[in-house]
Ligand binder design. Sequence first.
Ligand code: NAD
Ligand code: WQD
Length: 353
Amino acid sequence: MGSRVLVTGGAGFIGSHTCLVLLEAGYDLLILDNFANSSPEALTRVAAVANVALGSQRLQIQRGDIRDPITLDGLFSAAAANGRPFDAVIHFAGLKAVSESIKKPLLYWDINVAGSRTLLAAMDAHACRTLVFSSSATVYGYPVTVPIPESAPIQPNNPYGFSKAAVEQMLTDLNSSAPNTWRIASLRYFNPVGAHPSGRIGEDPMGIPNNLFPFVTQVAVGRRDQLRVFGSDWPTHDGTGVRDYIHVMDLAEGHKAALTTLLNQGPQHLTCNLGSGDGVSVLDVVNAFSAASGQDIPYALVDRRPGDAAVTVADPSHAADILQWRTKRTLGDICRDGWAWQQANPMGYRQSA
Ligand code: NAD
Ligand code: WQD
């Protein structure tokens, strides 16, 4: 029997791809998700691609909210009573839209921070003390050095970023309160994009995408007329913003590496950037996607978006050292796989082709 992992937010974009990788590696999963920003169909597809039965011991689903201590207590208690306690938790559940967090800060503090606190209390009460946490490069705010090492100052510039930094601090405090007890990985993702190469699982944002890559794929498939490029006067090689785009399958494999590291090594709190180390501009993405899809991507150069940085790129060397993990996939792979997903599912999970 494989190790058993509770995955919060496992139906979401990064969670669904990570669940697939973990199932293929032999882990048994229970996914807790309230489907606030995802569809159960994603998990039906994960089960099909992994060739496991939904609802079997390999893959169970519980609809519920991480803020509900009764739900959490029930899950941990039932797992112990059935002789299959959770060996670890991977905690994806949360909200992630910067602009929404500025309008609704209390909601972000509630779900991202209070929800994480409720989860940690349940884990502690049930002596499950191995956690992989979804942090974000957003904790660095406007970076002072690029590429950005983990030692860079934590200086978020929006409520979403503060919520991630607050959870990281909570984890640091928890680890200090009980030395040699917790096994924690705080993973700071850069810009996750792309899709599973099957075209069956991918990113399915609700409404108008905030992020560049899903917007580009929706322009290519004809759902949006044109891309607005936010700023063409940044101090970068072509004037547009530079980011570190990471294929979601590389990111999923990064979670497997972090989980393996925690389970195989002793208690620790490790903090890692998960990024490629490569800087790619908005126009580089447009051109690469155009080449991969054969579609024209009409765009207009418009003003900078408030809150954006010119360049954010990871220093990925720490992750390579301690997780023995680095990205393998190229920008071309990202565009090919993202296009396969968008073409096969022009309206996402709601309406498949
Ligand atoms: P997502 O919205 O696709 O997935 C989040 C999942 O959590 C969804 O399935 C949603 O329904 C669920 N959820 C939300 N609130 C919940 C609650 N109260 N209880 C139970 N489930 C809840 O987002 P994603 O892109 O997969 O991101 C996963 C995690 O990674 C998030 O914590 C996010 O902040 C973090 N992250 C994402 C990015 C990114 O650009 N996608 C970058 C850095 C960090
Ligand atoms: C990338 C580049 C934009 C949309 C965000 C969050 C961050 C993390 C990842 C969760 C920038 C430009 C974008 C568009 C554009 N999420 N752009 N036209 O802002 O780097 O990071 O997602 O943790 O916290 O802030 O990603 O994809 O929004 O933008 O020109 O329609 O594309 O200005 O240069 P960002 P993004």
